[in-house]
Unconditional design. Sequence first.
Length: 91
Amino acid sequence: MTTSELINLIDNTIQEKLGLDENTPLIGINSSIDSMNLVQICIALEEKSEEEGFEFDWKSEKAMSVLNSIFRNPKALTEEYNRQMKQKSKK
C-alpha cells in the first residue's frame, strides 16, 4: 500500500476530504480525526488486510505506544501496514 492509497482509504472511510499528507498527525491535539473515525479507519485496514491475505494488528503494543505510535501520521501507518503484510506473507 502506498501512503496516497492509505490517505484515499481514510478519506473514503470517514467520507470527508481532510487534505492529509504523509506527515499530517492522525492522533493528538493537531489531528482532525476523532477517536470514532480512527476506529473506523482501523476496521477498514483490517478489512483490506483480509482481502490481501493477512491480519492487520492495530491493537499491538507498538501501536499503542505514545512515543512510537504507528498512528502518528499516514506515512508511519502505511509503513506498519506494509511491514505486517510482508512479515505475515513469509509465514
